[in-house]
Design a protein around this ligand. Structure first.
Ligand code: MN
Length: 209
């Protein structure tokens, strides 16, 4: 569908982002998932999944593999929902991890265009940006640590208890040490050291504006 387009081309892409609104418009929302998914597939546009614009019990991680079955690419708005509202600072939570696990398991990092849009006007904006960016990168890194081949093998063998067992054991492996090492290798602050750097930047740069 988008075979002649790559991330390096400065071509204007159109994406449609469905939303489930919770304030007064429940009875009629033009940009529903059903409407935009159908429109995007029919008119060869990208569908954008905003992690904060679905029903609180509806998971974006559940939708990725199904949509990629019919669309070559996808736009992912990495965000954190609060009720039906989006654009809150990305937290490292189960759904964030599940989204990237799904992308990795589907070998779809080249098909999912990952984008940010989040803020919190009540906190330092550098802090908001860094917290959300680090959490997203951490979730991507942790997804890449998953032994997907092993999981596929036990699944193919019909060893469901084995699959669930591995998935559960994976959750408490020491991924924090890998993340720390990754930060160290890339010359960025390890663990909470970025917080003091943020404070210095706030004092020396932001306060002068
Ligand atoms: Mn959005």
């Amino acid at each position: 569908m988008f075979e002649d387009k790559t991330l390096t081309q400065k071509e204007l892409w159109y994406a449609l982002e469905p939303k489930l609104f919770g304030i007064g418009t429940e009875s009629f929302v033009v940009g529903s998932l059903e409407f935009y998914l159908s429109y995007a597939l029919l008119n060869k546009k990208l569908l954008c999944l905003d992690m904060g614009h679905f029903h609180p019990t509806e998971l974006v991680s559940d939708k990725i593999s199904s949509i990629l079955t019919f669309s070559d690419e996808l736009l992912l708005h990495v965000s954190r929902g609060v009720r039906w509202d989006s654009d809150h600072v990305v937290a490292y939570n189960e759904e964030l991890q599940s989204v990237f696990n799904e992308i990795n398991r589907a070998e779809a990092f080249s098909k999912v265009n990952i984008a940010f849009d989040f803020f919190d006007a009540s906190i330092n904006r550098i802090g908001a940006w860094v917290i959300g960016a680090r959490n997203t990168l951490k979730a991507i890194l942790v997804s890449l640590l998953e032994p997907v081949e092993l999981l596929r093998k036990v699944e193919r063998e019909g060893d469901w208890a084995g699959r669930l067992g591995y998935l559960e054991e994976l959750k408490s492996l020491p991924f924090g040490a890998v993340w720390d090492r990754y930060c160290e290798m890339n010359g960025v602050p390890v663990r909470d050291k970025w917080i003091s750097e943020m404070r210095v930047y706030e004092k020396d740069v932001l306060s002068r504006r």
